[in-house]
Design a protein around this ligand. Structure first.
Ligand code: TNX
Length: 529
């Protein structure tokens, strides 16, 4: 009998410990590298909890306190102090990886040790998720964490539709909470030039406005809305957004498109074109034959003048020059382009594009910067130092990585968050096309088909948000979330993704999105994809 009750007791204890363990899962996104939850109990964070700041970690601590204002419904929760043993404590240690952190939770305190200021911030982002999704009860235990990829990016197209400074800041908040560290800001395109350039006021005076917007997929007159549309950022606003992002440890990479996707600039300054004729700011989506003339010295002077202002505004070492989708029709007919091909001993128009890209790269290097471009920069013979963004599938990226170029993987079939999220498309509104459900992003192997040498050159992964059919920030958020959660697991936690736990983790993340007031798509949670 005694033996029987011992067995029952042991079984009971086992069942209890298993259920206690599952109740004590952290459900964090992205998944940390190491979690030990063997200790019992919780630390309960309230608005009165203090943050002791060591090693001058005031900035991440105060930012975290600010981010928790809404949750606590208080103006000044989580006061930061210089000394104290209880509550939250943040400091740094050189033994922790730079972007990483260690977090130790006991019933009396939470200690976060970052490898640097940004590591402390990421530790606090983890803590933020734990507090918000567990009513302030943070389970005792230990976490050690660091990212897989150094470059964790998201892109935002503000040319096809314009997003205000406040909108872009909201976007940045969402990226930071998912531990992303790059915003690729697509500032110019055929349908609108969105950045003030002092040397050429026409770019924004004329190039930021289009006559109307294509709101359908067809090309009949009824598919245009007939309403003038525009908007741009002054240089002061650009500085404000850059600083806001930097405060959240996000580097903004500006993109100035060339030599294609430049019709808005051609409208503002017709002498940039081969034929110098008047073209409107484009009111179609897709690829226009109107491109910058690559034969005239004036085009190069223009690009260098624009980039000289851009490099002053953006501390980012990488500057994006576009380079994608440049039809060569005009160049074939242009005496300047043909003369340049001859003078430089180039074989054809493809090589002329390569010449332009190489010349711009040299200019950026002279400014202490490095060039990044879409994978078409490979077509004209890529230089050794350029970083390549692989969007036409993965092959361009693999080819470049094998040659030793740095590569950011962002293949269209997996990373275009302007694509539909469900097969039926029900309730999704009109989008550009495609189909990328949550699980497809989550299960993507960014190292697919790669040799070890190539892998070493993949600096990171990015999702893109092209805004042809994204007319406001609410729509952008619904396209971004929850897929960004899947993307952040690929970027931060590639080697620890787990299909057995992701659905449960996402239910918890959904609570977090709601608490933050962010819009998200419901389909994944409804089991509909
Ligand atoms: C391709 S990706 C483009 C964009 C469009 C997008 C639509 C790339 C370098 N070019 O100009 O907006 O497709 O999804």
């Amino acid at each position: 009998m005694k033996r029987f009750s011992t067995i029952v007791a042991t079984l009971l204890a086992l069942v209890l410990s298993v259920s206690a363990l599952s109740a004590r899962e952290l459900n964090l996104i992205p998944e940390p590298s190491y979690v030990d939850l063997e200790a019992e109990g919780d630390y309960v964070v309230t608005e009165k909890t203090r943050i002791t700041v060591v090693d001058e970690m005031w900035h991440p601590a105060q930012l975290f306190a600010e981010e928790m204002m809404e949750y606590f419904g208080s103006e000044k929760p989580l006061r930061t102090v210089k000394r104290g043993d209880k509550g939250i404590k943040v400091r740094t240690d050189i033994f922790v990886p730079k972007e990483g952190y260690e977090m130790t939770v006991t019933e009396d305190s939470i200690l976060i040790i970052g490898g640097s200021e940004v590591g402390v911030y990421y530790g606090l982002q983890t803590l933020r998720q734990l507090i918000i999704t567990n009513d302030g009860r943070v389970p005792c235990g230990f976490i050690a964490d660091e990212p897989n990829f150094e470059y964790r990016g998201a892109h935002l197209d503000v040319s096809r539709h314009f997003f205000s400074v406040e909108d872009v800041k909201r976007y940045i908040d969402i990226l930071a909470a998912h531990k992303l560290n790059r915003l690729h800001w697509h500032l110019t395109d055929d349908q609108g030039w969105r950045i003030e350039i002092k040397a050429y006021p026409e770019l924004t005076e004329k190039g930021s406005m289009r006559k109307e917007t294509l709101i359908g997929h067809g090309l009949e007159p009824k598919w245009w809305d007939g309403k003038p549309y525009g908007g741009y950022y002054t240089q002061d606003e650009i500085r404000e957004v850059v600083a806001y992002a930097a405060d959240r440890y996000i580097t903004i990479i500006p993109e100035i498109e060339m030599p294609g996707h430049s019709q808005a600039a051609l409208h503002a300054l017709p002498w940039l074109g081969c034929e110098e004729q008047e073209v409107g700011v484009w009111t179609m989506w897709g690829v226009t034959p109107e491109v910058l003339c690559a034969g005239k010295q004036t085009t190069y002077d223009f690009l260098e003048t624009v980039l000289s202002e851009v490099v002053e505004l953006f501390p980012s070492e990488l500057i994006h020059i576009g380079g994608d989708e440049c039809p060569k029709d005009r160049w074939k007919e242009c005496e300047h382009c043909q003369a340049m091909i001859k003078a430089q001993g180039l074989a054809n128009e493809e090589e002329l594009q390569g010449y332009l890209v190489a010349r711009i790269e040299q200019f950026l290097i002279s400014k202490g910067k490095r060039m990044i471009g879409w994978d078409e920069i490979l077509d004209g013979g890529v230089t050794e130092t350029a970083t390549v963004m692989s969007w036409r599938g993965i092959n361009g990226g693999i080819y470049a990585a094998e040659r030793g170029n740095d590569v950011v993987m962002t293949p269209m079939n997996l990373c275009y968050f302007n694509f539909y999220q469900t097969k039926s498309r029900e309730g999704e509104g009109l989008q550009i096309g495609g189909y990328i459900p949550f699980d497809m992003v989550y299960n993507w192997d960014p190292y697919q088909k790669m040799s070890d040498e190539a892998k070493a050159h993949i600096i990171g992964v990015q999702c893109n948000m092209w805004s042809e059919y994204l007319k406001d920030m609410e729509t952008v958020e619904v396209m971004l979330l929850p897929r960004l959660a899947a993307m952040s697991e690929v970027q931060w936690a590639t080697d620890r993704r787990n299909n057995d736990t992701i659905r449960r983790k996402m239910e918890v993340m959904r609570k977090f999105y709601e608490a933050c007031g962010w819009h998200y798509a419901p389909y994944y949670f409804e089991g509909r994809d």
